[in-house]
Design a protein around this ligand. Structure first.
Ligand SMILES: [Zn+2]
Length: 539
């Protein structure tokens, strides 16, 4: 059935239904909800019930991916697991997209609109942590862990998609649902490559979702930055560091000189910038002058021209350091990049209306006890637990951007109308990228947050599928407002390729031990049960 036939049918049904309902006639001033609108409301109620009935399905996904805890570009188990679920649920899956082995594009349905649901899947180095325990207690010391909560977003999208798919199939609603992972988001390593590969070319709306401590959405420029992630490698010459040091040239000297130079320059950079680095190769042993050395920088700024400017300053610093040390600067490697984020007004308003209908989860005393204990452990002055109120109104563009984090969803947001739905699976006021942020992520807090998020996501998909005017309005905002003066230009250079080798060594080191702790839902209802953790475990 095409859309106009459907609308006609719905109106016919509504005309029959009105006398039966025996509602008093609406006052002339208040517009009566149209038949299509009340049918849409009914579909949304159905979607909510479908999501609600899949609480266990969502919980298992959250717990499973938590237990895999894979770093960016090494999401092998996570990738296989998600592809398997999607195939079982009728999605066609293209694997290894954009030259990235742990990325995929899953598709179900046909025709317009094409809605792309994305969420990140990778975790954080050294964030291994027992869920539900309110202090630092790693499952495996030094191992990676979900210290941001990227184990939960796919459950939001997949649960929502399956709920809506059932309704779309029954009612023969046209539309295509895509599901894709934000692979290696902590390295901002893939989404710009998805854009370069043309994966969003026919997409009408991208609904992204990210873990948070609130059920929320916003539109316009978001607080935070875009960035480039650049590796500088230097090549010198070895020599006996005591016997004939004058024969050697130290690549490590160049790394150190670059860092010193950058830290002097820092004083004279814009206040909104953020820049940080780690030395990934500092030589072999002290008695051998280091032939190779590498330093890895993140250069963050609030808009494209300033990101480019900061990057150029870094390149100059590296060349100058190489000259001072008498070594060679190798061709630089771009390991990741991200545009600053800008979210679509129309899609955000649509999502916000659904957020208000769903509301925050009902937290138990145990949930609040855990949250407050973690906040206290982290020395938060107000250990006031989980949020119990939504924001009063939809957040618009940030007026003064003082910088902050980045997400390569920014690149998608400058190519198709996009929003990020944030859902409350984490505890407020934690440091981020830290073991503490993993504590709630395989507990009822995360599970309830995901179910709330999935309800909103399902309702928004239904809005977009049944109200084609929304998609048109979203593109009007995208064309006439967002991209009127700012056009997307890739930060990727033609020679850049996804940095798929990153984190392999770390995962090879920890994976054998981590395997012993993979969640087995055939034996345990929850991961907490499998680990034998009393919920909550607090001092
Ligand atoms: Zn993230």
């Amino acid at each position: 059935m095409n859309r106009s036939a459907l609308v006609a049918l719905l109106m016919a049904v509504a005309v029959v239904a009105v006398p039966l309902a025996q509602k008093p006639p609406a006052p002339k001033s208040a517009p009566k909800p149209s038949a299509a609108a009340s049918k849409l409301d009914a579909l949304k109620q159905e979607a909510i019930a479908e999501v609600e009935s899949r609480r266990q399905f969502s919980q298992q996904m959250v717990d499973q991916i938590f237990s895999y805890a894979e770093l960016g570009f090494q999401e092998i188990e996570t990738n296989r697991y998600l592809i398997d679920i999607l195939k079982k649920n009728g999605f066609a899956v293209e694997e290894g997209i954009a030259g990235i082995p742990t990325s995929f594009m899953a598709t179900w349905g046909s025709g317009k609109p094409v809605i792309a649901l994305g969420s990140d899947i990778d975790c954080i180095p050294q964030a291994s942590q027992k869920p539900g325990v309110a202090w630092h207690d790693p499952i495996i010391e030094g191992a990676p862990g979900h210290g941001e909560g990227h184990n939960s977003g796919q459950a939001v999208n997949i649960t929502a998609a399956i709920a809506v798919k059932k309704i779309m199939e029954r009612d023969h609603l046209p539309g295509t649902i895509r599901i894709w992972p934000g692979t290696a988001e902590e390295l901002v390593g893939t989404k710009a490559y998805y854009i370069r590969a043309g994966l969003f070319k026919d997409v009408d709306v991208a609904l992204f979702t990210h873990v948070a401590d609130q059920l929320d959405v916003s539109w316009g420029a978001r607080e935070g930055t875009g960035l480039v992630s650049v590796q500088y490698s230097f090549l010198g010459e070895t020599a006996h560091a005591a016997g004939s040091p004058w024969r050697g040239r130290s690549a490590l000297d160049a790394v150190e000189l670059m860092d010193v130079g950058w830290n002097f320059r820092r004083e004279h950079l814009r206040l909104s910038q953020r820049s940080h680095s780690v030395i990934i190769d500092g030589g072999d042993q002290p008695n051998v002058v280091p032939r190779t050395a590498s330093v890895w920088y993140y250069f963050r700024e609030t808009d494209y021209p300033h990101i480019k400017e900061l990057w150029a300053t870094g390149d100059t610093m590296a060349k100058a350091a190489a000259m001072m040390a008498g070594v060679e600067l190798q061709p630089t490697k771009l390991l990741g990049s991200a545009w600053p984020q800008h979210f679509n007004k129309v899609v955000a308003e649509t999502t916000w209306a659904n957020i208000q209908k769903v509301g925050l989860p009902t937290w138990s005393n145990e949930d609040q006890q855990l949250a407050k204990a973690v906040q206290k452990e982290l020395k938060n002055p107000a250990a006031d637990g989980l949020r119990t109120k939504l924001r009063e109104s939809l957040q618009g563009p940030v007026t003064e951007n003082t910088g902050g984090g980045s997400d390569d969803i920014g690149d998608v947001s400058w190519n198709v109308p996009t929003v990020t739905l944030r859902y409350p699976s984490n505890i407020p006021n934690l440091p981020g990228h830290n073991w503490a942020n993993a504590i709630s992520m395989a507990t009822p807090i995360a599970h309830k947050g995901v179910t709330a998020g999935a309800k909103v996501q399902a309702m928004t998909i239904l809005d977009l599928v049944t109200r084609p005017e929304l998609v048109e309005q979203a593109w009007t905002y995208f064309r006439d407002v967002q991209t009127k003066d700012t056009k997307y230009e890739p930060l990727l250079r033609p020679q850049d390729q996804p940095a798929i080798w990153l984190n392999k060594g770390t995962m090879d080191k920890y994976r054998p031990e981590m395997k012993k702790y993979y969640y087995d839902p055939s034996r345990y209802k929850t991961y907490l049960e499998q680990l034998g953790i009393k919920y909550p475990t607090v001092k």
